[in-house]
Each structure stands twice: as C-alpha cells, then as structure tokens.
Design a protein around this ligand. Structure first.
Ligand code: GLA
Length: 504
C-alpha cells in the first residue's frame, strides 16, 4: 500500500516534469523558427504601413529562406542556437543582417543591430502585393540634355539626415550654402534624397508627405538663392526606404517634377530588382531618361544602380549625366577608399556631360580624420566625381570648410577637359594622375599605410608634354620645386600629397 501510494506520487511528479519540459522553452531546446513570419511595424512618413515577410526553413541549426517586401526580395541564410537566430543577407558575409530571438511565438530582433522589429506568424491574408510586369521600351538613344559639362556639385540629404530631411532643413541648408560660400565655390544643387514621398492621389499624381508641404514653393525658395533643387525616385514600385517610386508612372512623375521646378533627379534601382533583370537595366533607365527629355525642362539625370550591368558603357545612351559605380558609401576610411578603388576600370567613360559617381561625400560627418577627409576630397576631384556634400552645411568646423571650399582642388574636379584620373603607382603610396587642360596634370599620392612616409612624385610618371615648369601643393597652397625630375614630401598615414604640375 505504502509502496504503491509512493509509486503513484512519483508517477505524477514525473509526468508534471515532462509536461513542463515540453511547455517551457529552454535554452537547449528550441521551438522551430521555420514558417512564414510577418513584420508590420514599419510606418512611413506618408502614413503607409509596410509589411515584410520572412519565410524560413530550418534543418537542425541551419536556416534558409527569403525576406520580401514591396521594396526588396532577397535570399537569407543563417543559424539557430536554441531560440536565438542570426540571418545573413546575400552580400553580408561577415556581419549578420538580422539577429533575434523567438519568444512567445514571435520573433524579436534588430536589423544590423539598429532597427528593432517584431514579427508574428503570418496568415494567408499577409501577402506582399503582386506587381504586374511591364515590358521596358525598345532601345533607342536619348539625346544629350547638354547639362553637367563638369561634374555636378551640390549637397544631398541622405548621408547625414536620411529620413529626417524636411522642408525647413532644406531651406536652412540653402541659406547656409550661400552664407558659407559653398554656392559661390560651385556647389549649386540642393538635393532631397529618399523619404519626401507621399501617396498618389486619385489621378495617380505623386504627392509629397507632411515633411514637404509645398514642393513648388520650396523650389522657388531654393531658386531665389541662386541654387537648384534635386529630388529622388526610382524605376521600381518602391524606393529603397519603402516609399512610392515611379514604376508605371514615369511620364506622369517626370511632368510633376518639372512642374515643381526640379532641376536634378536621382533615380534609384531598389525595388526594380524585384521586377526586372539586370539585362533590362538600360531600357528601364531609358524610360525615365525619355520622360525627362519630354518635359522640356533641363533636369540632370543621376542613375543610381550601384554600378550593375556595366552602367558606364550605356549610361549616356539613356540620357544619364552621372551614374553610381559602387554600393553606398559610409563615413569610414575603408568604405571611402573601397569605392574609390572601383573607379579604375570606369575611367575611359567619364567626360563632359557624363560622369562616374563613387557616391556622395562624407566630409565633415565626423567619423574620419581631417587627413582622411582631405584624401576623400582629393581623390573625388582626381577621378572627376560629382562633389555632393553630405554633411550639415549649417554647422561646419573650420577644417571641414577648408576642405570642401578648397578652390584649387575644386578646380581639378571641374577641369573642362573632364578626364578621370588613373593610378600610375600602386602599393602603400598609391599615385593617381589626372590630365588637365593646357598641358597640366593633377597628381595625388595617397598614403594607405599606417605611418607617415616620404612620397616621391616622378615627373616621368606624369605624361606631361614637356619638362616641369611649375608645380603647386594644392593643400598647402604653395608653389613647390621639382629637382632632378622629382618632388618629395612627407605624407601622414591616410593623408595625401596633391599637386598641380605644368609643363613648359
Ligand atoms: C540607396 C542609395 C542611397 C540612398 C538610399 C535612400 O541605398 O544608394 O544613396 O539614396 O537608397 O533610401
């Protein structure tokens, strides 16, 4: 009796432990991450709610799947450790794109350690809207719009302000472009990047969101300061930040931009990748190029497709004045130098009216040293890149001003011959040479190494039409002497020696 009663109690206790073990998530035993998860927490500045769907399959601790929204569609892969997971995008090999945990049947985590998200189990009602494929037009050459005879100069909101840009910011930046001397140094375009967009009205006209109450009035204000206004859209249904873009509304949007008084359009591939193949890039970009031309308004056309499909070989044919040749820059030495190095094969394609774009400037944004920012400015000028400041012009240090407003370096960028520099010497003291008008050249020696080093410029590397007649250090603003066909100076780590050298 005693024994059997004791046995019964043991049985009940055992069953309770087993039940708890099944019900309570424990670090060693994960619930499955497989399934369709929907994130609904993104509310745009135009009031729209954007959903994204993560579809995962799990095999042991291995995860594979897709992440989709109206603006992107990508394969993901990663690992599960208990209820914790890490997912990598197709290009993020070293840093996980999404990390999080499964808790109470929901995924909680962050994207690149920054933006937080919550995803719930999706039902069949959670679907990304289907977009009908529209075949791009037959190829033809869009005529040259005659703009951007030298690389465009100005300011763009993205690098510093991103989603925080609004009407007041743009007006005060325009004021500061004048007060700081930026406008008079040639920085003319004030460009609004992503997140200005509202929704389409009943007639399909794209409106602004509450941050830009009257775009036409804003253009009027910017024009009254002797500046020009730029805007942003893309060939897909959504921009990179998820806002409505110009898919199936190309002509209508071009007309809207022209009616507002827009002078520059950056046209960003983003969600077009969910509809079109890279082999369709050219006709898709041609569609907006033709639509801009049809407005009759001079509008600089900036292609932003990160250098896909050898854009440098067809960018001019679609009416493009500049085209990105790289992914997005960030305010770091490695990103800046990485983008620059990708310019080497594109050099033959730069010239008046059409430029390679290694992305906007980060000068003054605070995460590089002044030496590194001087190198950034010098290299962008040498490769005849667009000079679009990406910092807060209203609040610049003396060092930032001296860099962005160095007229001798700007003159190298804006040289009317429009040649793009190529490297003549690799290694830690990388040397770039750019041919200028009147038989001069600009030369930049960048110290990629970790300590100050002597840089030697050999006249024989400069392909001058004769012997050196004069030379000038464009950062010291001093004439310098070549002796025995050479000039030597010390360059700090990550710094630059930049000279203009003229022949007899
Ligand atoms: C892409 C572009 C950036 C910027 C953002 C805006 O990433 O390459 O320059 O325009 O989109 O969403």
């Amino acid at each position: 009796m005693q024994t059997s009663h004791h046995g019964w109690r043991l049985l009940v206790a055992g069953a309770a432990i087993a039940l708890l073990w099944v019900l309570l998530p424990s670090p060693g035993r994960a619930q499955t991450l497989a399934g369709r998860w929907v994130g609904t927490d993104r509310v745009l500045d135009n009031g729209e709610k954007l959903i994204s769907i993560l579809a995962l399959t799990q095999d042991g601790d291995k995860l594979t799947g897709t992440l989709k929204s109206e603006s992107y569609s990508m394969d993901v892969h990663g690992t599960a450790t208990g209820n914790h997971f890490e997912l990598f995008g197709p290009r993020s090999a070293t840093r996980p794109m999404i990390t999080g945990d499964l808790a109470n049947g929901e995924l909680h985590g962050t994207v690149f350690g920054r933006r937080e998200f919550v995803a719930k189990a999706a039902t069949s009602a959670d679907q990304i809207p289907e977009v009908k494929y529209i075949a791009p037009p037959a190829l033809h050459d869009v005529p040259d719009n005659g703009l951007a005879k030298t690389p465009p100069m100005g300011w763009n909101s993205w690098n510093l302000f991103a989603g925080k840009v609004d009407d007041a910011t743009v007006r005060t930046i325009a004021d500061a472009m004048v007060a700081s001397g930026m406008r008079d140094a040639g920085y003319i375009y004030v460009n609004i990047d992503d997140t200005w967009e509202g929704v389409r009205d009943a007639n399909g006209n794209l409106q602004t969101n509450h941050k830009f109450p009257d775009m036409k009035a804003l253009a009027g204000y910017v024009h009254s300061k002797g500046l020009k206004l730029g805007i942003y859209s893309g060939p897909g249904p959504r921009t990179c930040a998820g806002y409505p873009a110009s898919y199936s509304h190309e002509e209508q949007d071009a007309k809207t931009f022209a009616a507002w008084g827009i002078d520059y359009l950056k046209y960003d591939w983003c969600s077009a990748a969910t509809i079109y193949k890279d082999s369709e890039l050219q006709p898709v970009y041609q569609k907006m190029g033709g639509a801009l031309e049809a407005t009759g308004r001079p509008i600089v056309y900036s292609l932003c497709e990160y250098g896909r499909g050898q854009v440098e070989t067809w960018g001019t044919k679609v009416g493009g004045n500049l085209w990105r040749t790289t992914g997005d820059i960030n305010d770091s030495w490695s990103s800046m130098i990485g983008n620059l190095e990708k310019q080497v094969p594109t050099a033959p394609y730069a010239g008046p009216g059409h430029w390679n774009d290694p992305d906007m400037l980060e000068i003054g944004n605070g995460h590089m040293t002044d030496d590194e920012y001087r190198t950034h400015m010098s290299l962008w000028a040498l490769v005849a890149a667009p000079l679009l400041a990406g910092n807060d012009i209203r609040n610049m240090s003396e060092a930032t001003k001296a860099i962005l407003l160095n007229k001798e370096v700007i003159a190298v960028d804006q040289d009317p011959l429009g040649k793009q520099a190529s490297p003549v010497k690799s290694g830690d003291m990388e040397t770039w040479v750019k041919a200028l008008t009147n038989g001069s050249v600009a030369v930049g020696v960048v110290n990629l190494g970790g300590s100050a080093t002597q840089a030697t410029v050999n006249a024989s590397d400069l392909h001058l039409p004769g012997a050196v007649k004069s030379a000038r250090d464009l950062w010291k603003h001093q004439d310098v002497q070549f002796i025995d066909g050479k000039y030597t100076a010390e360059v700090p780590s990550h710094g630059v020696l930049m000279l203009r050298v003229s022949a007899q």
